[in-house]
Design a protein around this ligand. Structure first.
Ligand code: HEM
Ligand code: PLO
Length: 492
């Protein structure tokens, strides 16, 4: 027998048990937890079949970085799935679109447009602060009336208005029916788009009556009408001289490509069709809302469980910002404990615990394992962020692990930390999300102490797995801090 030691296949799971456990509604654990547990039997990197697809699950940071960074271009593909094809008109967006010239072009336009509003620019900060102001006003009204509030719709509206300003140059008022409609369709999409972890197990199941797909299609059609309306409005009053928002930037790119028909960058060849354009704003709008809102909800859930962490942030705010003005982005450097808390929330409850599946674009390898072209690779961020070898007591919520020993500066104590992914497919909204998390949380905690209403039990820390990992719904009591009574809040 030959004993040449070349690349080997990763340990493989017997196909049926996994399909069974994933398809079974009775499975007690969501996929990221299940995939972490399977390491004990199969090792940190293993493969399995989902339907006819070969899938590799990566549970360690060295292999994760090899996939995302060192071999980023080889693993930059995305799988096509029944549900994401419905959401994105067959992958004509950025997040679920396969690696291609069109994808690169769209990512570049969006990146440019977000940078224009991004760091250093005063306008994005003003937009976020205006929303923080309005959010705090709602909280103090509720407090004055002695009411406990489900913060979810309030946080969603604040975050939505920030992306809405960026994408469409518009905002929603409380109770706006279009906003209520958006809340509804977006939850429907989050609940259905990644049933069974974004890898189609049996694509042929779609030919049977399927309640999930039916709900998804319905929600996507409501979303598409909203996107189309915004697009038509923008086309109608488009001007070459002003660029109000992301949609203007996309319309401009489309027009200039159309006027450039002779060159090799014609609108068709770079894929600047109306579909592409709509799906791209759809991505930014959807990602912009669901991710940041979810992190804010997790942050508040943990602050309610750990009042001492809340107190520490408030002491830091009192001493570095005081009570005579509101926090601003330039305070970020002097509020390390708040930053450490945000980092810890992103570690312990990653928004996208399995990222989005990657695909090998050619034959390659991960560590010593051979990987064939077309193999799907799932990076289990949950395993990276809860790895006992990398984190002391990983289940414990401890912002202090991100502070240096004096507690004066920030560190990242382990390389096993990738809340936004890395490489070619790294999150496009990282800078925006971090600004929003910092400003919303600092404004809220400067003015209020959050808790559950008397007699209510603490909200669960388990979470509900969809395309994002969301906390459960519960009511919050926001108590104004000394000096932040209703009148002051409205005057500031
Ligand atoms: C992709 C995390 C906020 C836009 C991703 C990925 C992660 C992530 C883990 C997948 C990377 C991969 O597949 O390798 C987060 C977190 C956020 C956040 C934790 C909030 C704290 C945002 C915001 C936007 C956004 C605010 C929009 C402005 C995107 C897009 C992609 C993406 C477009 C797809 C990139 C691609 O496939 O090329 N994000 N994200 N994200 N994110 Fe975010
Ligand atoms: C959220 C529901 C929206 O209605 C549509 C949408 C678009 C982009 C998706 C987003 C949803 C969920 C979070 C995703 C984002 C693209 C990148 C982001 C998957 C489905 C993450 C965290 O990877």
């Amino acid at each position: 027998k030959m004993s040449r030691r070349g690349p080997q296949e990763p340990p493989h799971l017997p196909a049926l048990p996994v399909i069974g456990s994933l398809l079974s509604l009775r499975s007690p654990h969501p996929p990221h937890v299940h995939f972490k547990e399977l390491q004990q039997k199969y090792g940190q990197t293993y493969s399995l079949m989902m339907g006819s697809h070969s899938v590799i699950i990566v549970n360690q940071h060295t292999h994760a970085k090899e996939v995302l960074l060192k071999k980023g271009k080889t693993f930059a593909g995305r799988p096509r799935t029944v549900t994401t094809d419905i959401l994105t008109r067959d992958g004509k967006d950025i997040a679920f679109g396969d690696y291609s010239a069109t994808w690169r072009f769209h990512r570049k336009i969006v990146h440019g447009a977000l940078c224009m509003f991004g760091e250093g620019s005063a306008s994005i900060e003003k937009i976020i602060c205006a929303e923080a102001q309005s959010l705090c006003a709602v909280l103090s009204e509720a407090a004055a009336a002695g009411l406990a509030l489900d913060l979810s719709p309030e946080l969603t509206r604040a975050v939505t208005n920030v992306v809405c300003s960026l994408c469409f140059n518009s905002t929603y008022c409380r109770g706006d029916p279009e906003f209520e409609g958006m809340l509804h369709y977006s939850q429907g999409i989050v609940d259905t788009v990644a049933k069974d972890s974004l890898v189609d197990i049996f694509p042929w199941l779609q030919i049977f009556p399927n309640a999930n797909l039916h709900l998804l299609k319905q929600c996507v059609s409501v979303r598409d009408k909203l996107l189309q309306k915004k697009y038509d409005e923008h086309k109608a009053d488009y001007s070459d001289h002003v660029q109000r928002d992301l949609l203007d930037a996309l319309v401009r790119a489309k027009r200039s490509a159309e006027n450039n028909n002779t060159a090799e960058i014609s609108a068709e060849s770079v894929g600047l069709s109306e579909d592409h354009l709509l799906m791209t704003v759809g991505d930014i709008f959807g990602a912009g809302v669901e991710t940041t809102t979810t992190v804010l909800k997790w942050a508040i859930t943990y602050l309610i469980h750990y009042p001492q962490v809340q107190r520490c942030i408030q002491e830091e705010l009192d001493s570095k910002v005081g009570g005579d003005r509101s926090p601003q982005l330039s305070d970020r450097g002097s509020l390390p404990y708040l930053e450490a808390t945000i980092r810890e929330v992103l570690r312990i409850r990653p928004v996208a615990p399995l990222l989005i599946p990657h695909v090998a674009l050619s034959d390659t390898s991960i560590g010593d394992f051979a990987v064939r072209k077309g193999t799907r690779v799932i990076i289990n961020l949950w395993s990276l962020h809860h790895d006992e070898r990398e984190w002391r007591n990983p289940e414990l919520f401890d912002p202090g692990r991100f502070l240096n020993s004096e507690g004066t500066g920030l560190t990242i104590p382990s390389p096993s930390y990738l809340p936004f992914g890395a490489g070619l497919r790294v999150c496009l909204g990282e800078a925006l999300a971090k600004m929003e998390l910092f400003l919303f949380l600092s404004w809220i905690l400067q003015r209020f102490t959050l808790s559950v209403p008397p007699g209510h039990s603490l909200p669960s820390l388990e979470g509900k797995f969809g395309v994002v990992l969301q906390p459960v719904k519960y009511k919050v009591h926001a108590m104004p801090r000394p000096g932040w009574d209703r009148n002051k809040c409205q005057a500031c």
